[in-house]
Design a protein around this ligand. Sequence first.
Ligand code: MG
Length: 328
Amino acid sequence: MKITMAHGSGGKATSELISRIFAANFKNPVLSAMEDAAVVPGAGTLAVTTDSFVVTPLFFPGGDIGRLSVCGTVNDLLMSGAVPQYLTCGFIIEEGAESDDLERMARSMAETAREAGVTIVAGDTKVVEGGGGVYINTSGVGFVPPGRRVSASLCREGDAVLVSGYLGEHHAAVLSARMGIENRIRSDCAPLGEAVESLFQNGVRVHALRDATRGGLATVLNEFAAASGCCIALREESLPVSAPVSGFCGILGLDPLYMGNEGKFAAVVDREDAEKALAVLKASQYGENAAVVGSVVPGEAGTLLVRTSIGGTRIVPELYGEGLPRIC
Ligand code: MG
């Protein structure tokens, strides 16, 4: 069935769309109450975030816009040290969208929310004129355990820099789908709760965390360097890139350092905890290809450097201007 403007009228077609596709998949006592606002328990220090997802195509190898919309928001909460708890979702649906596609997205969101341990407690749908596109906004709430503080501003000289796995997979998967290129590359789109929480549970002194989404690892580490007034140096040969992504980047002249990921994060930890952090990440879900990729070094404040295997050093600037196509 194609979505029509009638599905956005607020009448019978709207309530059928909501109950058949969204409420059926996201079913839980809070949402099922169908009140104007979700009333949920909570106390302590809150982390709150929001993100909108406009990726095309809506379905790509390794994921879809629904899984992406849950992972993106859950991962942003995790990066502040929070334990994600509640999500809200807003759908902007263009007329002409297929209800079967919406059903697939809703099922994928529900599955990903279960995997991430979050509850979708509120939602909204709007139907607008257009050509069958779908956009999703998700907002999330998590709770930060007492005494836990992570911030980009806390990076300091000597700290180790880790990344939780292969770079560039999401970007390469979406680009491949858009360009009709067939390969084995799949998006890394995943909720990172187990990996992040295991760092804290194992007593790793975590200073800063950030998921390396749009703009890639280079962007995240430039942000860390700027926020903490330090210099970060990467070792080029230690950057984890899979053979298929490396080949893909070689052909298209792309740099994996700038490519977006949806299931990878950078962690800056106390230097004494580097090996422990690496072991913990490698043992956790989605972390098997984690690597120590560099450290915070004496040098010009706010700078990211890469040291090459033949002894050269180059500055890795922030991405400027248009960059790469829309992938989230
Ligand atoms: Mg983020």
